[in-house]
Design a protein around this ligand. Structure first.
Ligand SMILES: *Cc1c(COP(=O)(O)O)cnc(C)c1O
Length: 196
């Protein structure tokens, strides 16, 4: 785990690359409960957790030090925890969760149709517009170069526009800069901030 100063430097580099209008969400699944303190020191304010259990544990310890987003697969029996703690869900992909959810969400779209990926098909998006949905998110297929993700990001932006949605959560360590060029409003980065 890097020092707070190193984390801060890396975070600032990412923020500079995407520009001030893009929210950089620190994906904290690799960060232990104890190491979350380094993020506080580094000045990171928006974090994204993948698992409700980790979210609860980290929130119990750090509470208001962060704004909490949920970025992992959301099971409907975990929605209560997310409602209590989070201000945004990036990964809504079931109507049973949508019905219970009380915080704004982005619908995760599986653009490539890979069976292994969670997310809804593009044709299912309209069913979610009855809920507090602000935008879309996606995880493109594994790519050899950042530019390989560009077409997926561009497609997600077009889909959001089609449905009158403003927010776009796309781009991780490997391709966040391309995502920002393609209109991301949120990028989710982990490795680039925390890994040696
Ligand atoms: C881990 C994770 C990220 C960040 O991935 P990195 O490659 O570490 O930047 C982004 N989004 C989701 C949903 C994740 O699980």
């Amino acid at each position: 785990m890097l020092s707070p100063d190193e984390i801060r430097a890396r975070f600032e580099r990412v923020q500079a690359q995407v520009g001030p209008g893009v929210t950089v969400v620190a994906a904290t699944k690799y960060v232990t409960l104890a190491d979350m303190a380094r993020l506080v020191e580094a000045g990171i304010t928006v974090v994204g957790e993948n698992r409700a259990q980790d979210l609860e544990a980290k929130h119990a310890e750090y509470g208001d030090a962060f704004t909490w987003h949920f970025i992992g697969h959301l099971q409907s029996n975990k929605v209560k925890v997310v409602n209590r703690i989070c201000t945004l869900v990036h990964s809504l992909d079931s109507e049973s969760a949508a019905r219970r959810l009380e915080v704004p969400a982005l619908v995760q779209v599986n653009l490539s149709g890979e069976r292994s990926k969670s997310g809804v098909e593009p044709g299912e998006i309209p069913a979610y517009l009855a809920y507090d949905v602000r935008g879309l998110s996606t995880m493109p297929p594994a790519a050899a170069t950042p530019d390989d993700s560009r077409a997926w990001f561009s497609r997600l932006r077009a889909l959001a526009r089609e449905h009158g949605l403003r927010e776009l959560s796309m781009g991780t360590t490997q391709d966040f800069a391309v995502a920002a060029e393609e209109g991301a409003t949120h990028v989710r980065v982990g490795s680039i901030l925390f890994r040696d």
